[in-house]
Structure formats: structure tokens, C-alpha cells
Design a protein around this ligand. Structure first.
Ligand SMILES: Cc1ncc(COP(=O)(O)O)c(C=O)c1O
Length: 435
């Protein structure tokens, strides 16, 4: 490794940010303290394909990828051309855009449960819309949920330690169940018998592999109790398969939500599902936003979906994800670092587990620091995402950087110098405290 990369321009911007932006960031998971503040870039100014450039001019192979929306790669030519072409014709009208019809028809072709579709923006919006639709359709109040669905009151009222600022009275309308444990869901359905509108989960269950039969078991329990099943496909959608986790697992929910990945970085949220459920609920309640038919995102979504259908996007992501996971396991073993991979190839997570949790945490921070120095951006928690643009060169460069970084970690652990080698000023775990 040559001279140390500097993060001076990033740190100067951050110094200004924390004076005017609470937390310094718009997104909790992007907070500088969630990475390795002082030893990791904070601000980006450019990106291309699988790579991103920070404001100090350093380039990196990126595995954070906007926290998930970039599936094809940054500045993907077909998507950017579609955005530019639409920009010449206007962004949002008081009339509707034909793209609304084209993208809705395309979603219905791609996604098994989709018979009707509505467009919103972020993940919290679509999952909140799904809850509204389910409550309207069933006339029931309670939602059983497992996992993060966004920052809206209705989701955070679940007892997860994130309910500050959320009215206590909402506590009764949401309850959680443990995954992947059918007995836990069965017990909650029985506890709230006759009042469960919807069961919500992300089909890859918080990053771990799902036991065979789990999803069919959930489907059967929902049917037995008259509850709708909603898949939050915000991470799995347009990533595990063209039709999301429901296509991959072969189980069709009643409703599904998509956001990240739908439009390769543009804000396009999708709530879709059974026509009878969607039509009646949308007529009987209010789900409506000014930007629902915003045409730049729809143009990007249409172009991205055309690429998803025409090219081996998901096969490539799975294959390269598999090579990375195998490489991480092999190199962990080679260096005697307890680094392990979990979950599914397009969106895997990694853990480093020493007996002492403080050493595990510091070893992660050291890994972030050392990989950043070698031109690779990981996130605490691992690889998480890859794009269609992560190809042989990126896989090889990443594994070469990991080989060197794990050698540093192994030596530091042997010497008991892990914490001393960190050039960070502050470290915090990710804000999400539950699976
Ligand atoms: C599975 C899942 N659902 C919902 C959300 C919320 O999405 P957004 O941040 O766009 O509101 C996220 C965000 O990370 C997510 O991972």
C-alpha cells in the first residue's frame, strides 16, 4: 500500500454539517459515526459503474451503493439516457404521465403478486400504504410485523427501542413476531385472533437464510386467520430475481412493497398486489402524493426494468456474490480471523466474532479502515450489496484488498493492538437494533 489516503475534505464538510444538520446526515445508516469516522470517507462527489469517488479525490469499489438502490451500477447508460430524455420533456405534470401505465403494466408482468400497482417514493411510504390498504380491506387493525419497515409512526410503535416520539396509543395496532419461527407467528395470530389485518415481513428475513417451508408456512397461517400477507421487497426486490423474493421463494403474498432497486437510484416506491385488495382499498381510503407520477423516476424505473428483463442481471449478481462470499470465508480461514458470511449472495452480510465483543467491534472498524485505504468501501455488517457492474476485476481487487487487510487484523489481534491501530474518532453501531 502506498501513501495513506486523506479524508481532509470530507472531515471539513462534516465539521460544517454537524452545525446545521442534526446527526450530520439525512439517513441514520449513513451517519459518519456508523462507519469509521476519521478513517473512512464521508462525502462522495462522483460515481461510475461499481465505483465511487470521495470529495478528496479517492476512488473506491463500492459495496454500500446508496444503501441498496443501485442494482445495475452508477450512471448506468440506459437508465441515465432515459432520465435525460424525460428531463427534456418535464418532470411532473398536473396531468398523468403515460409512463405510469407502462411501468405499472411492466410491474404486473414481472412480479407474481402484482395485479394492480401504485407509485410512491420511499420505503416507509409504500409499507405505510400497504398497512393502510390491508386495514381498509379487512376492517381489522392489528399488523404483525418482523423487521424494519421505515421510520413512520405506525411501524416504530412496535416495541423495538425506537418508539420515542411515537404516540403510545399506537402500540396496540402493531405487534412483532420472531423469524423464522412459525410458532411465534401462530401464537401472535391466536393472541390477536380475528383482528390481524396483515402479516408483514421481508422475505429474506433480515439477512439470514430461510429454512425450507417457512414461507409456505407463513402463507398458510395467514390464510387460516384471514390476514393478508405483505412482503416488504425493498431489499429483495429487483435483486434476488426479476420478480423479487416472492419469485425466488415461490410463495405469492397478497401485497408487496418495492423501493430500493426499482429505478437504479431514483426514488420510486411501488406498492402492488391482488386487484380486489388494491382496488377497493384505494377507493375507500386516501393514498395520494404530489410526486406519485413524477416522470424522471418512472423513466428510470422503466429503463431499469427493461435491462432487468433483457440481460442476465440477477444471474451475474448471484454469481459474483457467490465468489465474494467464498473468498471472504477462505481468506478469513487463511488468516485465522473469525470472519463469516450469512444470507443470500446478492445481499450477504458478514460477521467477525471473537470471544470478546469489544475486539469484534474494533476488528470491524479496523477492517473498514484498512479496506478503505486499499480502495474498497464495506459497511459494518459486510458486503451487503453488489451491482451488475461488479465483475471479475472488482471481485479480484476486493479479495486482494481483503487478503492484506485481514493480515493486518490477524497481526493486531495477536499483538493485542486492534484498538491502538484505529485512526477513528468515534464509532457507533448501526441505528437498527433489531433484525
Ligand atoms: C426492508 C426495508 N424496508 C423498509 C425500509 C425503509 O425504506 P426507506 O428508508 O426508503 O423509507 C428499509 C430501509 O432500509 C428496508 O431495508
Amino acid at each position: 500500500m502506498s501513501e495513506l489516503r486523506s479524508f481532509d475534505a470530507s472531515l471539513e464538510l462534516y465539521r460544517r454539517a454537524i452545525e446545521v444538520i442534526p446527526g450530520g446526515s439525512q439517513t441514520n445508516s449513513k451517519r459518519a459515526s456508523a462507519y469509521a469516522l476519521g478513517a473512512y470517507p464521508i462525502y462522495a462527489q462522483n460515481a461510475d459503474g461499481a465505483r465511487i469517488q470521495d470529495v478528496d479525490g479517492n476512488w473506491y469499489i463500492d459495496y454500500v451503493l446508496g444503501l441498496g438502490p443501485i442494482t445495475l451500477g452508477y450512471c448506468y447508460p440506459e437508465v441515465d439516457a432515459a432520465i435525460r430524455a424525460q428531463l427534456e420533456r418535464g418532470i411532473v405534470y398536473g396531468l398523468m404521465s403515460p409512463l405510469e401505465v407502462e411501468v405499472a403494466e411492466t410491474v404486473c408482468e414481472m412480479v407474481p403478486c402484482a395485479e394492480m400497482v401504485r407509485f410512491l417514493k420511499g420505503g416507509a411510504e409504500v409499507t405505510t400504504a400497504a398497512a393502510r390498504i390491508a386495514r381498509t380491506h379487512t376492517g381489522r387493525e392489528v399488523i404483525l410485523n418482523s423487521g424494519y419497515r421505515g421510520w413512520a409512526d405506525g411501524w416504530l410503535a412496535q416495541s423495538t427501542g425506537m418508539e420515542k416520539g411515537v404516540p403510545d396509543c399506537l402500540g396496540g395496532i402493531i405487534d412483532s413476531f420472531a423469524r423464522p419461527d412459525l410458532d411465534s407467528l401462530r401464537a401472535k395470530l391466536e393472541q390477536h385472533a380475528g383482528n390481524v389485518a396483515m402479516v408483514a415481513l421481508d422475505p429474506a428475513t433480515g439477512g439470514n437464510r430461510v429454512p425450507d417451508g417457512y414461507h409456505q408456512g407463513v402463507r398458510d397461517l395467514c390464510d387460516e386467520h384471514g390476514a393478508l400477507l405483505m412482503y416488504d421487497e425493498i431489499v429483495t426486490g429487483f435483486r434476488m430475481a426479476a420478480g423479487g423474493g416472492q419469485e425466488y421463494f415461490g410463495v405469492t403474498p397478497d401485497l408487496a412493497c418495492f423501493a430500493k432497486g426499482a429505478a437504479n437510484g431514483m426514488p420510486l416506491g411501488i406498492v402492488c398486489g391482488r386487484a380486489d385488495v388494491m382496488r377497493r382499498a384505494i377507493d375507500d381510503t386516501v393514498i395520494s402524493i404530489t410526486y406519485g407520477g413524477e416522470a424522471l423516476s418512472l423513466a428510470a424505473g422503466m429503463a431499469a426494468m427493461n435491462v432487468y428483463r433483457a440481460e442476465p442481471v440477477f444471474e451475474t449478481i448471484w454469481a459474483n456474490g457467490a465468489r465474494l462470499m467464498a473468498g471472504f470465508e477462505e481468506l478469513g480461514a487463511k488468516h485465522g480471523v473469525p470472519l463469516h458470511c450469512h444470507g443470500y449472495e446478492p445481499m450477504s452480510s458478514q460477521t467477525i466474532n471473537y470471544d470478546d465483543p469489544a475486539v469484534s467491534r474494533d476488528a470491524w472498524t479496523l477492517l473498514l479502515q484498512e479496506m478503505a485505504q486499499r480502495g474498497v468501501l464495506l459497511r459494518r455488517g459486510g458486503l451487503l450489496f453488489i451491482t451488475y457492474c461488479h465483475r471479475d476485476a472488482e471481485v479480484e481487487e476486493t479479495l486482494a484488498a481483503l487478503d492484506e487487510s485481514l493480515a493486518v487484523i490477524a497481526e493486531a489481534v495477536d499483538e493485542g493492538t486492534v484498538a491502538d491501530r484505529l485512526r477513528v474518532t468515534e464509532v457507533k453501531e448501526s441505528f437498527r437494533s433489531f433484525a
